[in-house]
Design a protein around this ligand. Structure first.
Ligand code: NAP
Length: 555
């Protein structure tokens, strides 16, 4: 440690965020590598997404038994999921259980948002500043920001002057919102809106849904897990995890019987019906070419359109709810519990804002096409500035003081979704260009954190600093784009494409090659001595602190 009393504290690593990514990174770096690590978390508790997204109906859409850590058998054995898809309170309780079990909280500063992280090129250290006035220096910056954490609110005239309450689903008040007897507006019908709408309809006096684009939704078929199922899963956990590890999305789903064209029309219909009844994300695996071939996709889209038409009684409402102009699955597929049925209630109305966008919010309601819809509460289910938002909203600067917003001006550039050229010793968990959003994110997080931990271990042993090379990064960005171009994803204006944020470059953000292929490439890079990274000597200057190997130090 420097003798300069004004010198900020030195750490080995800073982790930003204490969601599932940050918690695991903290555990691995602190407890396995023995590093002096501090995590900074804006919230007052662990859990990330599940700390913030407390809206009614919030639950995971990957099955609970897989939407959980696999790295520790005792941890697996210590937790019992109650439902096929756990609801937010149970997911948050799980995060807290993990934090307790691994004594993580002592290394986390809660209520502390990182405001700036600048790379000091001369000292080869990251200088990290927080909103609470803390400043630290660290050799490594591990960003566990979450790719859906920067909420996006619409720029609607008059919203700030609305006389009632306005809540974004991604920042739902912890004390809950009393909707009893209230007239409620929900703006947005993506996954958050589709989960919240049936629950809000049950509570509110009247619900008005403002829909810009109808999204495809398939039934979740959520249900309690039986004791026998839990026992079976517990006995088979390693095998189940291994099976999920072979799947592109890190899930266990029945394999597709082939391409759609290999099946007769009756076989196609039967396959879709089977998966519709089973519920869940397995619907996307009805055909091998579901997300690659327009005809295959159109068959599945038509199947869902028919289910909407036969569920929703009012013909005009059914028509408005029926997606028509993008392939199914290219905007993130939603899982629901009674979503379409909700529109059969007398106290729920649907207003399309496609042709006539919201004109303005008045002090008492929402005006569309000259009609005032009077409401007491407005719920913004309008999504997130995905992947890049959490980075560009922070003052993050790499070599030469270059802001990340500049480096990513034309869309994010990263190597393997885990590192960025010009930002040495910064590792991004589920960053842009990683499979993350197209997978069971817990599986992606574990792969990323394990890979990053190995790489940092290597750097610590060799005394090197790592930086992604421009050429390797360019090749990865091209690869991500090329794989996406083989799919139907670019055909929708989705958050995968950055299309939901005005002015954001249209670039396909996640890696669509699947987890196994991704893992293989990461492993190869590591096995060959971290190809694509420039490793330069750390050079111990006077300000450098050697690794202290003191997991218990609290700065
Ligand atoms: P989203 O999918 O981006 O949906 C946002 C909705 O708001 C869309 O219907 C969008 O319409 C609408 N919208 C956005 N800006 C608007 C504006 N200015 N005026 C009117 N409407 C506007 O966001 P989300 O529902 O929060 O979901 C984001 C992602 O989070 C999901 O795709 C999923 O990956 C994850 N998530 C998962 C779960 C789960 O099941 N576990 C639950 C919630 C969220 P357009 O479609 O026309 O843009």
């Amino acid at each position: 440690m420097s003798n300069n009393p004004r010198e900020p504290r030195h750490l080995d690593a800073v982790v930003i965020g204490a969601g599932f990514g940050g918690m695991y990174a903290l555990h691995r770096l602190r407890d396995d590598l023995g590093m002096d690590v501090r995590a900074f978390e804006a919230g007052d508790g662990v859990g990330g997404t599940w700390y913030w997204n407390r809206y009614p109906g919030a639950r995971c859409d990957a099955e609970s038994i897989l939407y959980s850590y696999s790295f520790d058998q005792d941890l697996q054995d210590s937790w019992t999921w109650s439902e096929r898809y756990a609801a937010q309170p149970e997911l948050l309780a799980y995060a807290e259980h993990v934090a307790d079990r691994f004594d993580l909280r002592r290394s986390i500063d809660f209520g502390t948002r990182v405001s700036a992280a600048h790379y000091d090129e001369e000292r080869k250290l990251w200088r990290v500043s927080t909103g609470t006035g803390t400043e630290v220096l660290a050799r490594y910056l591990v960003t566990a920001l979450g790719f859906l954490s920067a909420s996006q609110s619409p720029d609607i005239d008059g919203l700030a002057d609305f006389g009632g309450e306005v809540h974004h689903t991604g920042h739902w008040p912890h004390e809950g919102v009393d909707l009893d007897g209230k007239r409620v507006a929900v703006i947005g019908t993506g996954s958050s809106g589709i989960q919240a709408i049936p629950e809000i309809a049950r509570q509110a006096a009247h619900l008005t849904v403002f829909q810009r684009t109808p999204h495809f939704s398939v039934p979740a078929r959520n249900r309690p897990l039986t004791e026998e199922e839990v026992a079976r899963v517990r006995a088979d956990y390693p095998a189940l995890r291994a099976e999920a590890g072979e799947n592109a999305a890190g899930l266990i789903v029945a394999a597709a019987p082939g391409n759609a064209a290999d099946l007769s029309p009756e076989e196609r219909a039967a396959e879709l019906q089977r998966r519709w009844e089973a519920g869940g994300l397995g619907f996307l695996s009805s055909f091998e070419d579901f997300l690659m071939d327009e005809d295959a996709n159109a068959t599945a889209a038509e199947f869902v359109r028919e289910r909407i038409q036969e569920t929703v009684r009012d013909a005009r409402t059914a028509e408005l709810l029926t997606p028509a102009d993008y392939p199914i699955g290219t905007k993130r597929i939603c899982l629901d519990t009674g979503y379409y049925e909700t529109y059969n209630r007398d106290d729920v109305s649907l207003v399309s804002i496609r042709e006539h966008p919201i004109e303005r919010v008045t002090p008492t309601g929402v005006r569309v096409n000259g009609v005032d819809h009077e409401v007491d509460v407005i719920v913004l289910a309008t999504g997130f500035d995905a992947f890049t938002g959490p980075y560009t909203r922070m003052d993050l600067r790499g070599r030469g003081g270059r802001p990340i917003s500049q480096a990513w001006e034309e869309g994010p550039r990263s190597y393997l979704g885990v590192a960025v050229a010009g930002f040495p010793n910064m590792f991004t968990i589920t960053g842009p260009g990683s499979p993350s959003a197209l997978t069971n994110v817990l599986a992606s997080i574990e792969q990323h954190v394990d890979w990053i931990t190995d790489h940092i271990g290597y750097l610590e042993e060799s005394g090197m600093v790592a930086e992604a090379e421009e050429a390797a990064q360019d090749a990865w960005v091209d690869h991500v784009g090329e794989i996406a171009s083989y799919t139907l994803y670019p055909k929708a204006g989705s958050w995968y494409m950055g299309a939901n944020v005005p002015g954001k470059p249209r670039v396909f953000l996640p890696y669509a090659g699947g987890l196994p292929l991704y893992r293989e490439q990461c492993d190869k890079v590591a096995a060959e001595g971290y190809t694509g990274f420039a490793h330069t000597p750390r050079e111990c200057g006077p300000a450098h602190d050697p690794v202290r190997k003191n997991p218990n130090s609290s700065y």
